[in-house]
Each structure stands twice: as structure tokens, then as C-alpha cells.
Design a protein around this ligand. Structure first.
Ligand SMILES: [Zn+2]
Length: 584
């Protein structure tokens, strides 16, 4: 049991710790709370939305909608509680929620009594809410109400505590500003301890008009996509980006004839997957598909591997055996890394392509074969021709139907669905239950350059699945083993999602920030000064030492800076991120 009967106020360092998780990123127009994207919304605008919901949907439906919205927000903040110091005691961890609710500007939360035990699931919580945003606005818009009105906030408390405790915990307002009380007072208990739990539960069940509309809309989308079901891609072939679709259209055109197809594209773009899809969507789908990686077979063995060998052809050839071409007879042979195909054997390959005939090594007999050849390469075959390593006649034969497969960075809209499908696959493989990716991780996946393409994405998601704790979302550091800063500017944020000190340590990106007009020299100086003062906890002498200047020098610069703050509204408007103390 972890009780607080006499509450102590939140210490300065605890709230600083949470505040440090908020990052404003002026250059990308984003605000981050840990790994979740946040919005700084005008309370008045939010109130207008709330009023319109009530006016159009009615009190009860609006209540349900807002409660569920709050619930989602609370459940997300519970993830942040999990991400905090694992050595902290349960009460400190739990208090993350009330602290965030306060930090987010919703309501000031003061615990009256909190007792819980996560192992047994026991919970009792009682809190005073001061300055309830929702209660005050409701009262202003609708006057005194006979029931509690802080719906979003109650949803938040339920969502947060339920996620934190791992079981449904429901809160009720026993006093509410909206009912004419001075403050709101809430009580939370496990759902089964409430007598009217069923009635209460209904609030959490989507059934409003809006939800029904959304359901109908989803059904329309599903019906539409099932109408186009003939169009469905083979499993593993995921993509709706124009470049992917263009490549796939070409592939479909080639599927039903025997033309030799040359797949071009970077490493990891899924050439073998395309070759298989080509095979499976054509008339040869019930015949063999044989894949050979030319770079994996030693040059002196490639002829016997591909064309077969007759007993006694060379020392050690103790038995006759067919090559891969014969084994693929009637089906498809996929030759990957065709650029590594040895010059000595290219003539024989050309003959198979031209005449559909081959002789096994050490054999006089000519065999007819019917194989559709798909070749693939990531190198420039014409360069190899110029270097005398590749026959031009073979090249023209192979190049009859080239298909260029786009790199992953050129099909951004496919990254999300691909990542999701890998997540699903590896969650099964590694017996993990994960809730997807954090906003920041998703964003990182989208902005990364993907030199290793789909294969790299696949490996990265598997790594994420392994590293992310059960029941959580995959975070950036679960995905990237290296520092994403290796790609300056690629993330728009530095390691901490900050434009603070970390950015200043990164020389090149700092330069880009100034050269690119994102920050002025004065703003950089301001960040340096503010950060030093911050780190020195306001001690100017210590801050000056950090910067290698004297105390009078720092005092002078700060004075000048503050004068600028006051006179230049443009500074404040355009660069809130340059002023870390905007948060304090
Ligand atoms: Zn209230």
C-alpha cells in the first residue's frame, strides 16, 4: 500500500523534471511532451468547440465524447509516467498524472488522499481541483448546472489512473465549480466499487451520432476497397505511393508473357519480393520459382550450379545433376546481383535466353528448357560494359523490360503501412503486445533517409519490437541504434527534441540553423546565456565561468537581452523556442 494521507506539495525538482520534457520546436511548428506531439490551443477556442458540441449533440452525447477525449489524453500521459525514473516510488510515479494535468494548464490538482497497491489493484484517490478550466467555462456559458460538468477532466483522470493501475478506475466529481462549489473535488475507485457503475460505463462506450457517422464512413471505405479486391496486391507487396504503383503496373503487364524482366534498384528495395510477385501473378504461378544470388556463388561453380553437370565432367563430379535452370523449367528463375555474373559464363546465359537451350557441363546433349528469367541488379550495367566486365549483347537481352523499383525515401506514404505490417509480424514472432509507435518515433521513421530501404526498415522495426517493454509504444531510441543526429536536419529536432544546449553542441547543425535563417546570431547568444544561467541555477558567476566570460560581462549581456525582449515583440513572436524561460 502506498498512501499519502498528508500531502506534501510537488517539489520544484519534480515539476522541473516534467517541464524539461516539454520542447518547443519553432522551426517545425511542433511542441513535444516527451514523445507525444502536443498542441497549445486557445482555451477560448476549445470552449467554443465544447459549446458547439453541446449545442449540436446535446449534453449527454457531448459529455460522452468529451469524456472519451479526456480518457485518451490521460492514457497517453500514463505512458510518460512509465517512462520516468523506474527507481522512483509508486506514489511519485503516480503523481506524474496530476502534475501533467496541472502543467498542461487544465486544472490545479491537490491530492487529499491517495492509497493504492498495484499488485492487488486496490485504489482510492481523492483530489481537489482548483481553477478547473472546464468547470469555469461551463458555468460562464450555461450558468450553474445541477450535475458535475468537468467531463474531459474526469475522462483524463479515469484514463490516466486506469492505464497506470492496469485496471478500470473510475472517478466522479463530488463537488464541482459548474454546480456552484468553490472548487471541484473528485473521488476515484475501481469500477466495481461504484454502485451505478453501469450507467457510468455508458459514457465510455461510443454511441453518439458522431461515432455512428464515423462508423458508417469506415464501412464505406471498407466496401469501396473490397470492390477493388481484384486489385489487391500479393501479400508482402504493400504500397500505395505513385512510384510504387507505377512499378507494380509495369510488373502486371509483364506477368502473363515470357519476356525477360530486369529489376533495377538500390539494395533492400525488395527486388526478390517483386520477382516473386511477378511469378505469382502470372500463368507460371504453380510452377517452380528458383532464386539465385549470383554474388553468393563462387565464379568457378556458377556454370555447374546454373546449367547442371554430367557425371565425370570434372574431378569430383561423381553424379549427374541438373542445374537451377532445369529445376526452374516451366517456372521462373530469379538471378539477383546479375552484375556479378562471371564474364566466362555470360555467353552460355545468353544462349539460354535466345534459344531456350542449354547443355550441362561435360555433356553433349542439348536440352530444351522453358524458363522465364528475372534478373536484378543495383549496379550500373552499362558501366560494367564499358569496363569490359559485361557483354553488351547480354545486357540488351536482359534489358528487354526494365522495371525501376523506387527507394523507400521516394515512397514516404508507404513507410507507415510497411512499419505497421512489420510491427504486427514481429509482435507475433517475439510474443510481444505493443501499442504502436510514439508520435516522435513515427515522425523519425518518416524523416529518415533509409539508405538500406525496406530491409533496413524491417530490421529496425524488429529491433524496436524486441526493445520496447510490453504494453508500451515503440520509441525513437528503440528503433535507432545510432544517434539520429548523424543526419543533420533530418529530424528537425535534436536528440532531445530541443533546440537548447544539445543543438549548440552540434556544430554543423548550429551553423545550418543560423545560415538557414531559423535563428539569428542574437537568438543563439540568448539561448547560450539562458541555458548557462539555467544550469547554474541562477548563479551568475557560475554561469559566466561556463561561458568563459566574466560576471560583469554576462550581466551586461543579460541586461541587453532583457531590454531586447521588452522592445522587440518580433523576437517574442517568432522565436519562442529561443527563450527557454518561456516555460518557467
Ligand atoms: Zn468540476
Amino acid at each position: 500500500m502506498a498512501p499519502i494521507s498528508k500531502f506534501r506539495s510537488v517539489t520544484r525538482s519534480e515539476s522541473d523534471d516534467l517541464r524539461s520534457k516539454v520542447h518547443f520546436c519553432a522551426e517545425t511548428g511542433e511542441i513535444w511532451l516527451h514523445e507525444h506531439r502536443m498542441l497549445l490551443v486557445h482555451a477560448e477556442a476549445q470552449a467554443a468547440l465544447r459549446k458547439e458540441l453541446i449545442d449540436t449533440l446535446g449534453m449527454q452525447r457531448a459529455q460522452g465524447l468529451l469524456t472519451r477525449m479526456g480518457y485518451a489524453s490521460g492514457a497517453r500521459d500514463a505512458e510518460l509516467a512509465r517512462a520516468r525514473d523506474p527507481n522512483a516510488n509508486d506514489i511519485s510515479l503516480f503523481m506524474t498524472g496530476p502534475q501533467l494535468h496541472t502543467l498542461e494548464g487544465i486544472v490545479r490538482v491537490t491530492p487529499v488522499k491517495v492509497e493504492f497497491d498495484r499488485s492487488t489493484g486496490q485504489f482510492y484517490g481523492e483530489f481537489i481541483w482548483q481553477n478547473s478550466w472546464e468547470g469555469q467555462w461551463h458555468r460562464r456559458a450555461f450558468g450553474i448546472h445541477d450535475e458535475p460538468v468537468c467531463w474531459t477532466q474526469i475522462g483524463y483522470a479515469c484514463g490516466y489512473t486506469s492505464a497506470f493501475m492496469g485496471r478500470p478506475i473510475f472517478y466522479k466529481e463530488v463537488e464541482c465549480v459548474g454546480m456552484g462549489n468553490d472548487n471541484c473535488r473528485i473521488v476515484g475507485k475501481p469500477i466495481e466499487e461504484w454502485e451505478d457503475a453501469d450507467q457510468y460505463k455508458a459514457l465510455f462506450t461510443p454511441e453518439s451520432i458522431a461515432d455512428q457517422l464515423l462508423d458508417l464512413q469506415t464501412q464505406v471505405v471498407q466496401l469501396r476497397s473490397s470492390i477493388g479486391a481484384q486489385e489487391r496486391l500479393p501479400s508482402d507487396m504493400l504500397g500505395s505511393s505513385p512510384r510504387f504503383r507505377a512499378a507494380y503496373e509495369l510488373l502486371k503487364q509483364a506477368a502473363n508473357n515470357r519476356i525477360t524482366v530486369l529489376l533495377l534498384g538500390e539494395t533492400g528495395v525488395g527486388k526478390e519480393m517483386f520477382a516473386r510477385a511477378l511469378h505469382e501473378s502470372g500463368s507460371r504461378r504453380d510452377e517452380p520459382f528458383i532464386a539465385v544470388n549470383c554474388s553468393a556463388i563462387p565464379h568457378d561453380l556458377i556454370e555447374s550450379e546454373l546449367f547442371g553437370v554430367e557425371k565425370g565432367a570434372y574431378t569430383g563430379a561423381l553424379a549427374s545433376r541438373p542445374g537451377r535452370f532445369e529445376r526452374a523449367d516451366g517456372g521462373t528463375l530469379f538471378l539477383d546481383e546479375i552484375g556479378d555474373f562471371p564474364l566466362s559464363a555470360q555467353c552460355k546465359l545468353l544462349r539460354v535466353l535466345q534459344d531456350g537451350e542449354l547443355e550441362r557441363l561435360g555433356d553433349q546433349k542439348t536440352r530444351k528448357i522453358d524458363v522465364r528469367l528475372v534478373a536484378a541488379t543495383n549496379c550500373d550495367l552499362q558501366e560494367l560494359i564499358a569496363a569490359g566486365k559485361f557483354r553488351s549483347d547480354l545486357y540488351y537481352r536482359l534489358n528487354a523490360f526494365p522495371i525501376k523499383l523506387p527507394p523507400l525515401r521516394e515512397r514516404k506514404e508507404d513507410i507507415g503501412p510497411l512499419a505497421k505490417s512489420f510491427l504486427d509480424r514481429y509482435s507475433v514472432v517475439h510474443a510481444k503486445k505493443l501499442r504502436g509507435f510514439t508520435d516522435k518515433a513515427r515522425r523519425a521513421l518518416l524523416s529518415y533517409r533509409w539508405p538500406g530501404n525496406i530491409r533496413e526498415l524491417q530490421n529496425m522495426v524488429e529491433r524496436g519490437v524486441i526493445l520496447a517493454p510490453n504494453g508500451t509504444r515503440i520509441e525513437v531510441n528503440h528503433l535507432f541504434s545510432f544517434c539520429p543526429d548523424d543526419q543533420p536536419g533530418a529530424f528537425g529536432l535534436d536528440r532531445n527534441g530541443d533546440i537548447g544546449p544539445e543543438r549548440l553542441e552540434a556544430g554543423p547543425s548550429l551553423c545550418e540553423t543560423v545560415f538557414g535563417g531559423i535563428m539569428t546570431l542574437e537568438q543563439v547568444e540568448a539561448v547560450l546565456l539562458e541555458t548557462a544561467v539555467d544550469r547554474a541555477r541562477g548563479n551568475l558567476s557560475a554561469a559566466a565561468r561556463m561561458l568563459g566570460i566574466t560576471r560583469p560581462q554576462i550581466a551586461y549581456r543579460l541586461k541587453r537581452l532583457h531590454a531586447e525582449y521588452e522592445t522587440s515583440s518580433q523576437f517574442a513572436d517568432e522565436a519562442p523556442a529561443a527563450a527557454p524561460d518561456a516555460l518557467t
